[in-house]
Design a protein around this ligand. Sequence first.
Ligand SMILES: Nc1nc2c(c(=O)[nH]1)N[C@H]1C(S)=C(S)[C@@H](COP(=O)(O)O)O[C@H]1N2
Ligand SMILES: [Mo]
Length: 174
Amino acid sequence: MLSAGPTPRTALDKWDFAVRGIGAQVARWSWEEFQALPRTTMTTDIHCVTKWSKFDTHWEGVSIDTLVAEAGKQGVATDAYVMAACDGGYTTNVPLADLTGGKGMVAFIYEGAPLPPEHGGPARLLVPHLYFWKSAKWVRELRFMPRDQPGFWESLGYHIYGDPWREQRYSGDE
Ligand SMILES: Nc1nc2c(c(=O)[nH]1)N[C@H]1C(S)=C(S)[C@@H](COP(=O)(O)O)O[C@H]1N2
Ligand SMILES: [Mo]
């Protein structure tokens, strides 16, 4: 289980990134504006639910801490849960606390090169401490929600949280 559909290819001049707060507030960045945001790097292992792992991967992008702070400057109020929404319609839910404190980023550079389309380029969510289905490829929007709601795989029976150390694969796993 790698991609639930074909690889979307959005031209960079059509690409933007949105953080949608409670109410109707939205912060939005063009590709150029997004590239100008302060960057962060991560070296991390990643874990797929189908039992593969990849060790010591290198990523660069914008941390969710930075996105939340920048959105806050534009008057966007956050909430406890986030739905990440992607080109192609894929969604996945993550508690905000699992994205902040340096735990999550929107990555656009992988191993020193632009993230290839098949791996989520131009940009993907990276939440390496959760199962990799939470690391939404082709991510375009983070939507804040007061309550946790299932995304694409979560509504098809995958675990609502997805901790690989507790092997939370399916909705019944504790
Ligand atoms: N938009 C989108 N993101 C997605 C998926 C998807 O189907 N669509 N699959 C997820 C799953 S199940 C995995 S294991 C990883 C695979 O990432 P990779 O193709 O870079 O290895 O992407 C995740 N992000
Ligand atoms: Mo996966």
